[in-house]
Design a protein around this ligand. Structure first.
Ligand code: F6P
Length: 327
């Protein structure tokens, strides 16, 4: 295929997600097999500014597909938010002769990538990698499936103790402002409810649950809560129940960063491999400023603007599945 791209840089940015390494491996090897020189950029945009760059050969990415985290490290860079910082980043790209960038990360990283691409007219392709699953135009993101499974396994353990003590548990999960992790892990673990930001904006979900007498037929309950300013988090829910319903024996578990770690699931490894190879294909087709998405099991190119445009909508059917299956 006719493309001017002879050399690319790869970086991971923002919160790490399981499957980032599988993506780095696929991009590197697809780049090399198309005759491109590939560079690993360490610590995201921060490393592009501070020149933490190393040429990658095929064996630079050997034995990493099964590893969580990112071998390239990651960072959230304040300097890249400034014009001066981005100018230095561009100079470093020129210094190494990089024609294009592949950015692996979530919405913040792709927003930064989009600004940079437009400012310097550089071809940039993004891979959606975040446990939050909060990007538009893709059915799922790299890392989401693994995190979901991690939460489900933790919930199975919490259920043992919740049942033994006949307690009400509020379990807080990540997701930033997005309820996918809470809602789907609630379904997968047989929890009673999920309190998610998308719904909390409109109504008092906890109040409704209590009014419905959500413990009337059960001696123990588990409620998933998305960490978010909108929901207020699991501690706030528990405090409220303790005050208003002192008869309930309430406990809180905040799963925190363990949700981001661990060996990626088969689904995330395959997704990352497909998306990584698609990112090179996109560059060969002279695509620029697109995120690789997956829709109905087909690879798709999503303009950055659309990918990061607004909050993804929660599927109403999932809410109904949880409601009915938890009565
Ligand atoms: O975006 C991924 C994510 O794990 C969010 O779910 C969470 O709100 C945030 O990152 C936590 O970021 P940090 O690791 O910087 O505390």
């Amino acid at each position: 295929m006719d493309s001017n791209i002879k050399s690319i840089g790869i970086l991971t940015s923002g919160g790490d997600a399981p499957g980032m390494n599988a993506a780095i491996r696929a991009v590197t090897r697809a780049g090399i097999s198309n005759g491109m020189r590939t560079y690993g950029i360490y610590r995201g945009f921060k490393g592009l500014i501070s020149d933490e760059i190393k040429e990658f050969k095929t064996n630079s990415v050997s034995n990493i597909i099964q590893l969580g985290g990112t071998i390239l490290k990651t960072a959230r860079s304040d300097e890249f938010l400034t014009t001066e910082g981005r100018n230095i980043a561009f100079e470093n790209m020129k210094k190494y002769g990089m024609d294009a960038l592949v950015v692996i990360g979530g919405d913040g990283s792709l927003t930064g990538a989009s600004v940079f691409a437009n400012e310097f007219n550089i071809p940039v392709v993004g891979l959606p990698a975040t446990i939050d699953n909060d990007l538009n135009g893709t059915d799922t993101t790299i890392g989401y499936d693994t995190a979901l499974n991690t939460i489900m396994m933790a919930m199975d353990k919490i259920r043992d103790t919740a049942t033994s003590h006949e307690r009400l548990f509020f379990v807080e999960v990540m997701g930033r402002n997005c309820g996918f992790l809470a809602l789907n892990s609630a379904i997968a673990s047989g929890a009673e409810a999920a309190i998610i930001p998308e719904i909390s904006i409109e109504k008092d979900q906890l109040g409704e649950l209590i009014e419905q007498g959500f413990r009337k037929s059960k001696s123990s309950s588990m409620v998933l809560v998305t960490e978010s300013d909108v929901t207020g988090g699991a501690m706030k829910m528990a405090d409220r129940v303790k005050k208003e319903y002192p008869q309930y024996d309430v406990r809180v578990t905040i799963l925190g960063h363990l949700q981001r770690g661990g060996s990626p699931s088969a689904q995330d490894r395959i997704l990352a491999s497909r998306m990584g190879i698609a990112s090179i294909q996109a560059l060969l087709e002279n695509q620029r400023n697109v995120m690789i998405g997956i829709h109905e099991n087909e690879i798709d190119y999503i303009p950055f603007k659309r990918a990061i445009k607004k909050q993804r909508e929660i599927n109403e059917e999932l809410l109904e599945v949880l409601r009915i299956s938890s009565i």
